[in-house]
Design a protein around this ligand. Structure first.
Ligand SMILES: NC(=O)c1ccc[n+]([C@@H]2O[C@H](COP(=O)([O-])OP(=O)(O)OC[C@H]3O[C@@H](n4cnc5c(N)ncnc54)[C@H](O)[C@@H]3O)[C@@H](O)[C@H]2O)c1
Length: 333
């Protein structure tokens, strides 16, 4: 029997070795939930980073890892128990720019893979499905801050279109099979273990290597940076959401930061002056992202607790410790 009305849940997390997934599993295991992680250690970035992310999880008897590709439906079916209460589906080919180079693989993993997970939910009668969607679905929509009830989606990359497809597939399954489907649209997530290809992590690396930062869009593109712990709070809250069968919910910070401002804060927190190069906007990159988070607040009691300075200073500490770098900031007494 599947029910979410209990304290300890059996939860399947796909993509649990990645940045967001490993933080989610940290939190779930601490809350005594049972977690099955499905991840194929995709080569998008170094596998050893993902192995490192999940090291601590093996200390828990309530944790298991299945190294499976979500495109392999038979193996998924063998790995997922009928006693599962919730699927949190985070596995995806992430990355906007590389989706332009390899749209077919993005489609196969992000769309067919999502369909496979929904089929598993249907077969095993798993009634709660949380899907990692993305702010990128709004694309060029100029009506900011973006609200979920603005249905005009204008995605401008193959990656973004796969996330739109995932949301729509979820609608089909919730309608036909009473599977509660919650699409959480994450807005530029950052924090310790962040993917190495993303702004913030990439910038810290370049700064510490003494290399210039390339400012796409001449530094005037802007993002609604959201700290990882806030995102995890939102996902945890969604585990027990029961009031409706299908929802799309923004998880953002509701505070937009220009690239040039982000770099200024990084300079302040790292104590290093950054070399910059101006470059044109990249195809597929949206000009701005900005979340209205009132729906998340209402349905999930979500709030964004981390201001950029605080989140970046935690990231900076993590980065320096990981890379054995001494702080360049002198502490004054
Ligand atoms: N990080 C962000 O800012 C952000 C923003 C919006 C949405 N998202 C979404 O959140 C989710 C997690 O993102 P992340 O930043 O943690 O990325 P990540 O790349 O660190 O994690 C994704 C995980 O999925 C796994 N994976 C990829 N292809 C797979 C496959 N075929 N089978 C099984 N596992 C596979 C990878 O090995 C990886 O561990 C993704 O769906 C992403 O699209 C992330």
């Amino acid at each position: 029997m599947n029910t979410t009305n209990k304290e300890k849940l059996n939860i399947v997390v796909t993509g649990g070795a990645g940045f967001i997934g490993s933080h989610l599993i940290d939190r779930l295991l601490k809350k005594n939930h049972t977690v099955t992680n499905i991840d194929n250690f995709d080569a998008f970035y170094d596998e050893s980073i993902k192995r490192d992310n999940i090291k601590g999880h093996f200390e828990y008897d309530s944790y298991s890892l299945h190294e499976i590709d979500i495109r392999d439906k038979k193996k998924l079916s063998d790995a997922v128990s009928v006693n599962t209460d919730v699927i949190v589906h985070l596995a995806a080919k992430a990355g906007v720019r590389s989706s332009i180079d390899d749209p077919t693989t993005y489609q196969e993993v992000n769309v067919t893979g999502t369909q496979n997970m929904l089929e598993i939910a249907r077969e095993k009668k798993i009634k709660q499905f949380i899907f990692a969607s993305s702010s990128s679905v709004y694309g060029k929509n100029p009506n900011v801050p973006w609200r979920e009830d603005d249905t005009v989606l204008q995605p401008i990359s193959p990656y973004a279109s796969t996330k739109v497809s995932g949301e729509l597939l979820g609608h089909v399954y919730s309608h036909l099979y009473d599977i509660r489907f919650l699409a959480l649209r994450f807005f530029t997530v950052y924090g310790p273990r962040q993917r190495p290809d993303l702004a913030v992590h990439k910038f810290f690396r370049l700064i510490h290597e003494g290399k210039p930062i390339t400012m796409y869009g001449n530094g005037f593109t802007s993002r609604d940076y959201t700290y990882i712990d806030d995102i995890i709070d939102g996902v945890i809250s969604a585990l027990n959401y029961k009031n409706s069968l299908y929802e799309v919910i923004n998880l953002g910070n509701n505070n937009i930061v220009k690239l040039i401002e982000l770099i200024e804060v990084i300079e302040k927190t790292s104590g290093i002056v950054v070399k910059k190069e101006n470059v044109e906007e990249q195809p597929g990159d949206v000009r701005q992202t900005w979340a209205d988070i009132s729906k998340a607040n209402e349905l999930l009691e979500y709030s964004a607790n981390y201001v950029l300075e605080k989140g970046l200073s935690i990231f900076g500490e993590w980065y320096r410790e990981k890379n054995d770098i001494k702080s360049k900031i002198e502490t004054s007494h």
